[in-house]
Design a protein around this ligand. Structure first.
Ligand code: FPP
Ligand code: MG
Length: 324
């Protein structure tokens, strides 16, 4: 199955999710829907809602709760992006001006808080302690991930293991929860919930690894961001960690001072990117993403053949194929 087919199959369901997103972001404070709309309507793929819908299908749940819970996943994700763009002082998000650039940091953080609180109100209304517990742990973990990244920012000392732990927490846990919740809704056996959680975790790892690789290859037009943005933010990701290990002492010194943001010259960013290319840091990262996808697919293997299973496999391929 191709990814377009997956979106086609779930078009009707995703439209219902859109209606929830639209309704739930309303407030008498006009600035809230204004900012929320700006980011929610900026062409996000709705990956997390889609995963929840597919997981519930795979496990045999067709009830209404999946729409509100799919919206909860998108609200939490959107809240985290609003906050993340403030932390990263981002200029753009998905090819548009980032909300913090248009409305400032305070408004962005507060609308992020609003969406996050709305998500937990919807969870309270849904009245399922298992889902509530999973999502409260998930969001706590996400914040821990962002904080450990912050603590490690502008330092080339970060190890590959620490980097992987950061991306697991900041990105993969929410994707994992999206898959697990679909199974929880269906009242699936613990082993199935666990298998989907593990599939989602690997998918999330591959997703962030691909994102971190694309940061060094995609043009602004193609991906809505500037090349080497992570580097200028002092964010050390796997393409750089991989290349640094193989670098000469002079190259190591260039990388260190660029990451630390000390006396950075115009050519230094380009110099570091050249070192990453020389030691194939991007290929190294994409290979690791491929391995996570392979591992993830293995957790789906035991489920009996079905359309939702094919849809999951297509998404797994798509995550690592969106190379440019
Ligand atoms: C994007 O990473 C950001 C995340 C994956 C998660 C951000 C999480 C938080 C701010 C903490 C949790 C907050 C809430 C409200 C639950 P990136 O900066 O590497 O990617 P980018 O290039 O898309 O900005
Ligand atoms: Mg960011």
């Amino acid at each position: 199955m191709e990814i377009q087919e997956v979106f086609g199959l779930y078009e009707g369901d995703l439209k219902r999710v859109e209606r929830y997103l639209e309704d739930q972001q309303q407030s008498y404070i006009q600035l809230i829907p204004e900012i929320a709309n700006h980011i929610i309507q900026s062409g996000g793929k709705r990956l997390r809602p889609l995963l929840l819908l597919i997981a519930s299908d795979l496990c045999g749940y067709e009830g209404k709760r999946r729409y509100s819970l799919a919206s909860v996943m998108e609200f939490i994700h959107t809240a985290s992006l609003l906050h993340d763009d403030v932390i990263d002082r981002a200029d753009m998000r998905r090819g548009k001006d980032a909300a913090n650039r248009v409305w400032g940091n305070s408004a962005s953080v507060l609308v992020g808080d609003y969406l996050y609180s709305k998500a937990f109100k919807m969870l309270a209304d849904d009245e399922d302690p298992a889902v509530q517990k999973l999502l409260s742990t998930t969001t706590t973990t996400m914040v821990e991930g962002e904080i450990s990244q912050l603590v490690r920012s502008c330092s080339i000392e970060i190890t590959e293991k620490e980097y992987l732990s950061v991306i697991e927490r900041k990105t993969a846990v929410l994707i994992s929860a999206s898959c697990a919740i679909g199974a929880i809704l269906a009242g699936a056996p613990e082993s199935d919930i666990e298998a989907l959680a593990r599939f989602g975790m690997r998918l999330g790892m591959a997703f962030q690894l691909t994102d971190d690789a694309l940061d060094y290859v995609a043009s602004e037009k193609e991906f809505g961001k500037t090349i080497g943005k992570d580097l200028t933010e002092g964010k050390v990701t796997l393409p750089l960690i991989g290349a640094y290990k193989k670098s000469s002492p002079e190259e190591k010194e260039l990388i260190r001072k660029t990451v630390e943001g000390k006396n950075v010259l115009n050519d230094d960013i380009a110099g570091v990117i050249a070192v990453i290319n020389k030691y194939e840091g991007i290929g190294y990262t994409l290979d690791m993403a491929d391995r996570f996808i392979k591992e993830g697919k293995a957790f789906i293997g035991p489920f009996k053949d079905s359309t939702p299973k094919d849809a999951f496999l297509a998404i797994a391929d798509y995550v690592v194929e969106r190379r440019l």
